[in-house]
Ligand binder design. Sequence first.
Ligand code: SF4
Length: 528
Amino acid sequence: MRVEGIENVRRILCVFPRYTSSFGTFEYAYPLTAGVQAFMPPQGLLLIAAYLPERWPVRFIDENIRAATSEDFEWAEAVLVSGMHIQRQQMNDICRRAHAHDLAVAIGGPSVSACPDYYPAFDYLHVGELGDATNELIARLARDPSRPGQQVVLKTSDRLDMTRFPIPAYELAEIPRYFLGSIQYSSGCPYQCEFCDIPGLYGRNPRLKTPQQITAELDKLLECGIMGSVYFVDDNFIGNRKAALDLLPHLVEWQKKTGYVLRFSCEATLNIAKRPEILAGMREAYFCTIFCGIETPDPVALKAMHKDHNMMVPIMEAIETLNGFGMEVVSGIILGLDTDKPETGQHLLEFIEASQIPLLTINLLQALPGTPLWDRLKRENRLIEDEGRDSNVDFRLPYEDVVTTWRACMGSAYQPAKLLERYEYQISHAYKNRLQPPRSPQQSSWKNIKLGLTMLRNIFWKVGVLGDYRIEFWKFALRRLARGEIEYLIASILVAHHLIMFARDASGGHTNASYYSLKLQQASVPAE
Ligand code: SF4
């Protein structure tokens, strides 16, 4: 649904800020693709764009693709911005540029909802999810779009039921320019891991859309040109296990109807390994990748961070189970925990070797406002506000030792030979267990073949000829070519190349050791 009953018409510019380079931005992969320029379409801003009154003209700009111009600001009567903590500086910069055109600017999304204090210059702060605060913001802009005399803070107390959410305005985004498609089925997570702000922001009782909303969104994503993979951005896909089970048959049916043109991926807790009925449904629906916050292989550390649910099944056994259903596991890892020892880095490398997980997002612990970790460290006087540091946590181990361990782990885990060996393992131990859907007309289309050939040409030239790890590359690539595994070759190398290049930046000290760090945030992914 859209908001209704608004007479005045306003032109709204929605601007999504640039990302700082990280594991998950994949920008080193983009030159190997056929025109990808950004990671995922932003759900929140596209949702608000779809919720605005029907007659309001809306322009959406993702600054990871192109920067908002003076002409955009001159066209608009008000500006909406949304983003995460990592985009804080870029959001404040958008605000500054909008104010140069004397435009009112409103900010919403997870960062301002957790930390309104980060955004003193904005005219409107939208704190919380879509709901009564959104209606109030729209009503105020309809009455008078000029800048208010002082900052107005609007807090959602009555959230819009997710079953009434409109389909995000994917048509405003250049969907084929994104590395992955995105979709959201649920919001919230029942667990309370000490470092995580999700339960505080979105609640412990997951809220849900209907399966019919999801299949309608998938239809729209297809209409807008999505190809490849769609990521369920839900905080925990099995936050409500019954809901996951309800959705899966609809996804399977949709895949059968459309010819399995998309692969799915999601985030879920590792105890999903105890649910073979869910995993079997996911395999049928063609889920190929699953992000699990493993965080650490150390059981003492898991207990200390209240992530005992990671130990419901022994970690290695859980990973093998997921591989057995055809899914590659992606893992979040945290260094700098209170339980870390000088040998933690070595243990992590041993875990990577044993698990054969190719992609692990290794970050330093960061205390986010509104989390139990923040409260504890505040009590212990261990929060450090210093923008020159990679973390705001006063670690138990010396800070330099923790950062050195992080750099060493990055440098070792992402050596090309080791990483490509892990992909080799995935192909023979996980991918072979995937559903093998019949080739759809779309996959056999000339457009798709041309896309694949363009990526192959880019990969062969930029990695196989110009790349400095071409020997390891060709060892891996020739095996794929000999076995006709072209899709595996493209998919693995796109991600591997990003990881190898990003890890080199990291181990050389040219990038942040924490996803949330404020340090070096000017070094953003460039808008091309
Ligand atoms: S399981 Fe994941 S989403 Fe849920 S509280 Fe823990 S870290 Fe956050």
